[in-house]
Write a protein that binds this ligand. Structure first.
Ligand SMILES: Cc1cc2nc3c(=O)[nH]c(=O)nc-3n(C[C@H](O)[C@H](O)[C@H](O)COP(=O)(O)OP(=O)(O)OC[C@H]3O[C@@H](n4cnc5c(N)ncnc54)[C@H](O)[C@@H]3O)c2cc1C
Length: 398
């Protein structure tokens, strides 16, 4: 039987995880269509900041993904409200912070070294018709600027917002001393938004990561537009001055700047979940990653979910390698990923509104009990359990 041919569009976590998986077992032929080559990714703007959790790292091991350079291990997550330390929980498995530019560039280069067919091409909707003639399956992994394929919106999310709930400004800095190593700090300013602080490894050495998430239109929504790296650093310093004095006191004003002029980004995400299968000119098209499950980074789930869904997708393809690939296969993939995608999305959306009674109660107990603090941190590694805890009170009422 001839090997089925798969076109993977994109070169982010979803696309590359899937491509490595396919290459490993060699059950199918894969072509990756990447809008940017490795050099452009490495020397471009940061697409995000990033913590990868244990499940992600196990998927990498399974598919032989890597090496990709130095990482920064995150061993604890601390919650602060209005600058006051509430509790610090231990990460009971691995979690690493990476510079996604280095990560994705190294993975694309590694794939090419294996002899994979990686082509530089920004696929257009017209290309989908061409790919439909040439391939047995198209996988749209085009991330938050996608999808190229018109996947239907999944309209059964209980708390889908109609507009972005946060405006993200993220940068990798020098000139900010950590208060403790191997920690991620989750700072909440009630009614105004959040700021996440951790470290990462860049090709310029260690950097301090700040991910600022004000509520749009709030007084804390003070970084506007894209006025270049120096203004961005100045505006971030202004935000620390005004709202995070406990972080500002660790800044060396003479040294505080981005590690390189591209080490920053701004985005406002309107969360959106799509049913990840459709038919294009008679050929099955599947979506994977942000192109079909786009969420605000407040819970740090997007890349972890992209990896999870890419692995699930690969397993479905391998299990049904000799079957006809049509919408029934798409439905199987959706069956496999729906619970994870919907619960991750609802929990993440929930974290941007008033916290539920059950979640608030758990946070309260975490301030008194280290085991509960560790349990709260564990929720970031398990969005299905996080959803169960977050919506426990509303489920009791229902
Ligand atoms: C500030 C910030 C912080 C975050 N922090 C975390 C975190 O800590 N943990 C976590 O798990 N997630 C985090 N996320 C989310 C995470 O970055 C994304 O969910 C993840 O990168 C999605 O991967 P992806 O492969 O689906 O899409 P992307 O990484 O966006 O990749 C899409 C790829 O497709 C390519 N592409 C797009 N259109 C085309 C086209 N037409 N043709 C060819 N190629 C195309 C792009 O160039 C890119 O290579 C964060 C996001 C942001 C914005």
């Amino acid at each position: 039987m001839r090997k089925k041919k798969i076109a993977v569009i994109g070169a982010g976590i979803a696309a590359l995880t899937l491509a490595y998986a396919i290459r490993k077992d060699d059950l199918f032929d894969v072509t990756v269509y990447a809008a940017k080559n490795a050099d452009e990714i490495r020397n471009g703007r940061i697409p995000s900041t990033q913590i990868h959790f244990d499940r992600f790292l196990r998927t990498e091991e399974r598919f032989g993904i890597g090496p990709y350079g130095d990482v920064y291990d995150v061993k604890e997550i601390e919650l602060l409200v209005g600058g006051q330390k509430m509790f610090k929980g231990r990460v009971n498995a691995r979690a690493v912070s990476i510079d996604q530019r280095e990560y994705l560039a190294a993975l694309q280069e590694g794939l090419k070294r294996q002899g994979a067919d990686v082509r530089k091409r920004r696929a257009s909707p017209e290309d989908i018709s061409l790919f439909a003639d040439e391939y047995d399956l198209i996988v749209d992994c085009t991330g938050k600027i996608g999808p190229v394929v018109d996947f239907p919106i999944y309209d059964r999310i209980r708390n889908a917002p109609v507009a972005p709930q946060r405006v993200c400004s993220a940068g990798m800095f020098r000139g900010l001393a950590p208060d403790e190593e191997q920690k991620m700090a989750f700072n909440i300013v009630p009614g105004l938004g959040e700021l996440f602080e951790t470290s990462t490894m860049t090709r310029h050495g260690p950097a301090r990561v700040l991910l600022f998430e004000p509520i749009p239109g709030s007084e804390m929504d003070c970084i506007k537009g894209d006025k270049g790296p120096d203004v961005f650093a100045k505006e971030m310093l202004g935000a620390l001055d005004a709202y995070f004095p406990h972080i500002r006191e660790r800044v060396d004003p003479n040294e505080f700047r981005l590690v390189d002029p591209n080490a920053y980004m701004r985005v406002a995400i309107k969360p959106e979940l799509r049913i990840p299968y459709a038919t294009a000119n008679g050929t099955l098209a599947l979506g994977c990653g942000d192109s079909v499950a786009l969420n605000d980074p407040i819970t740090g789930q997007g890349a972890n979910a992209a990896s999870y869904c890419a692995e699930a997708l690969y397993d479905v393809l391998a299990e049904h390698r000799d079957a006809t690939w049509d919408s029934a296969l798409g439905e199987r993939y959706w069956d496999r990923t729906r619970e994870f995608a919907t619960k991750m999305t609802e929990w993440t959306n929930g974290m941007m509104g008033p916290l539920s009674d059950s979640f608030s109660e758990l946070l309260g107990r975490a301030t008194q009990n280290q085991a509960v603090a560790d349990e709260v941190v564990g929720l970031f590694l398990d969005p299905i359990q996080a959803h169960r805890v977050f919506f426990a009170s509303s489920m009791l009422e229902a």
